[in-house]
Design a protein around this ligand. Structure first.
Ligand code: HSE
Length: 387
């Protein structure tokens, strides 16, 4: 078989990254500059914290008849953008209750904006096919960049930062390639950048690495980070279906990238691993540091052989700390069928983190799709608006 077991030794040509500590990336404390946005007063007095503050927050949300708003501009109304919009409309009251103020969508942009249905409950929303009008709009406090790719998306993020507007993005490719530079510019401009939706859709793995287990020293991270590949692999396994058939289904379900090569060849998973490994190990990691092999060569026959060995096959993103440095790879791997990663089916993602002190933790959820990724975007909007 062309791939090795997950826990095996690396073959020649696989990346071994020497330690390159870079204090600014990833930001060790990705809690942003506390600057009031728009005309919103802080719902909490600085001295208040804990249950009393939560109580105040809720009562503020419930009783303030003149509730203030933070204004959102959304650029990109594709799969993730439309999920984000649906959640901001459908869950508006819950969000306001939790924040103590409303998130208001004031502007949206996409090339075919005239044909897009905007939920009526959002009220009047400025629509434009020109992203510049959203970024420069005086009634936009936070820009959600949901177009993907690295060319126009980079311009949008740069322009938002230049306009001193905070940015929420789902763009793994851009953040893996240019995250440190974007972050440096954001710090200088005194604004926030949040990117939870860029990796593992509905799993809040950034928050876990940034805060939840930041006190641990991580020794290894293994992830299933591409929903399309995991969907394809599990369907080939279940139905003996050819890869092309299952890929078409994944595209219909809204999991696959515009160019599915990014999924099949491991490029998407590699960008996600670069971001997660940077957060987990505190090093600057670029996608080219990571060995990559996709799933194009896998056929139903491979699963028959794997099963005879008591294994299955998954596209595994791995980052391991060794005395020689980090070892990083994205490749199809044999996984013992008895392990928790082998049970990750369909478009679900999972991340297994090994720490020196806290040992093993495991995170699981939908890794792709309009609404799960939309939840990550909306939660980032809430966090940025709060901060
Ligand atoms: N194409 C990606 C995937 C979308 O399948 O995981 C979510 O990043």
């Amino acid at each position: 078989m062309p791939w090795g077991p997950l826990w095996g030794r690396l073959s020649d040509g696989q990346s071994r990254l020497k330690s390159r500590l870079r204090p600014n990336w990833p930001p060790s404390n990705w809690v942003f500059i506390s600057r009031p946005i728009g005309n919103r007063p802080s719902p909490l007095a600085a001295s208040q914290s804990g249950p009393k503050a939560v109580q105040l927050l809720f009562s503020c949300a419930c009783h303030n008849a003149h509730m203030q708003e933070v204004n959102i501009g959304i650029v990109g109304l594709g799969n993730v953008g439309s999920g984000t919009l649906a959640i901001l409309a459908g869950n508006a009251d819950q969000i306001a209750l939790k924040l103590g103020f409303r998130l208001k969508v004031t502007a949206v942009c996409c090339r075919t904006v005239a044909t897009k249905r905007i939920p009526e409950s959002l009220g009047p929303v400025f629509r434009t096919p020109d992203w510049r009008e959203v970024v420069a709009h005086p009634d936009v406090d936070i820009v959600a960049e949901l177009v993907g790719g690295t060319s126009v998306a980079a311009e949008i993020v740069d322009a938002a930062i230049a306009n001193r507007k905070s940015v929420v993005t789902a763009n793994k490719e851009l953040m893996a390639a240019c995250g440190p530079e974007i972050w440096d510019r954001a710090i200088r401009a005194g604004i926030n950048v949040a990117m939870e939706a860029s990796v593992a859709g509905g799993i809040p793995i950034h928050a876990v690495l940034r805060e939840g287990i930041s006190g641990d020293r991580i020794t290894a991270l293994y992830g299933i980070l591409n929903g399309t590949c995991n969907y394809i692999l599990t369907e080939i396994e279940k139905r003996d279906a050819p890869l092309e058939t299952v890929l078409a289904e994944a595209q219909q379900l809204g999991y696959a990238e515009a160019d599915p090569s990014a999924d099949l060849d491991g490029i998407d998973a590699r960008s996600k691993l670069a971001i997660l490994a940077a957060l987990a190990f505190g090093e600057k990691i670029t996608p080219s540091d990571i060995f990559m092999e996709g799933i194009r060569r896998i056929s139903p026959l491979d699963f028959h052989y794997a099963h005879q060995l008591g294994h299955t096959i998954r596209l595994i993103c791995a980052a391991r700390q060794t005395p020689e440095g980090l070892i990083l790879s994205v490749r199809p791997a044999l996984i013992p069928r008895s392990t928790i990663l082998a049970g990750v089916q369909g478009a679900y993602n999972a991340v297994w983190v090994k720490g020196t002190y806290g040992e093993d933790t495991f995170y699981y959820g939908r890794g792709a799709g309009s609404l799960p990724t939309g939840v990550a975007v909306v939660s980032d909007l809430m966090r940025v608006a709060r901060e």
